[in-house]
Design a binder for this molecule. Structure first.
Ligand code: PEP
Length: 254
């Protein structure tokens, strides 16, 4: 039985004071309204706010994730931080290969493979993002693209290590655009990903791995999307900055 997971990705929004206020507000709603059948909750603020956010959520149902992690253990990599450093700040998860990082920072699936390995080695849960562009969907190349992202990004991850990996399917054309994949379109891809996982790691690993959907999830479409058999929660951008909307999405994901 897979525990549903909802991850909020704040991207580059909120300064330190604003982040602390937002975390505190979400923590308050969760304290008052969280029920055991609601989804597990991870919030990914900017790097600046990771350590203080982790302290603020101590003892709550929320844990903190990073939006990126470096593939190296340590060294002369100005502006970067390692998986072990994230762990030391109380961070539990790291988003890897988000389409914005692939697009603006040239992160390839090969680089993501190193980042996934670095995260799982430290038992930091890797949320590995895959997704096709609009033209790849329209040209009917999307299954090949997704398969390649899976093959390359998970290249050196063993079956045992998959218990600290989550996959997030985020069609690039649905991120921040207000366009959502239909529940059926998303389900078809999730079933494809699970089948691919079964081929590489065996059915028990495929059955245990959580596959999240991301792309303009809102309170009014969350239930339909999360109701699909192979969708185990969501990666939420815009709506995660609105505490009430974010909690309504968590509630929809049971
Ligand atoms: C995201 O940032 O991963 C995302 C899915 O954004 P949005 O929900 O705003 O489309």
């Amino acid at each position: 039985m897979r525990k549903t997971l909802v991850v909020g990705n704040w991207k580059m929004h909120k300064n330190l004071t604003e982040s602390q206020a937002l975390i505190t507000e979400i923590r308050g709603i969760v304290r008052d309204e969280f029920r055991h059948n609601h989804a597990q909750i991870v919030i990914c603020p900017t790097a600046l706010a990771l350590a203080s956010s982790a302290r603020l959520v101590e003892g709550s149902e929320i844990t903190i994730g990073a939006q990126n992690v470096n593939e190296h253990k340590e060294g002369a990599y100005t502006g970067e931080w390692s998986a072990a450093m994230l762990k030391s700040a109380g961070v539990t998860h790291a988003i890897i290969g988000h389409s914005e990082r692939r697009q603006y920072y040239n992160e390839t699936s090969a680089v993501c493979a190193l980042k996934n390995k670095a995260a799982v080695t430290e038992e930091l849960i890797a949320i590995y993002c895959i997704g096709e562009s609009l033209s790849e969907r329209e040209n009917n190349q999307f299954l090949e693209v997704l398969q390649l992202q899976l093959e390359e990004g998970l290249d050196s991850i063993s079956a045992d290590e998959m218990n600290v990996v989550v996959i997030a399917y985020e069609p690039v054309w649905a991120i921040g655009t207000g366009k959502t994949a239909t529940a059926q379109q998303a389900q078809d891809i999730h079933a494809f990903v699970r089948q691919w996982l079964a081929g590489k790691y065996g059915q028990p690993v495929a059955d245990a791995t959580r596959i999240l959907y991301g792309g303009s999830v809102k309170p009014d479409n969350a239930k339909d999307i999360f109701g699909q058999p192979d969708i185990d929660g969501g990666l939420i951008g815009g709506a995660s900055l609105k505490p009430r909307d974010f909690f309504d999405i968590i509630r929809a994901a049971q």
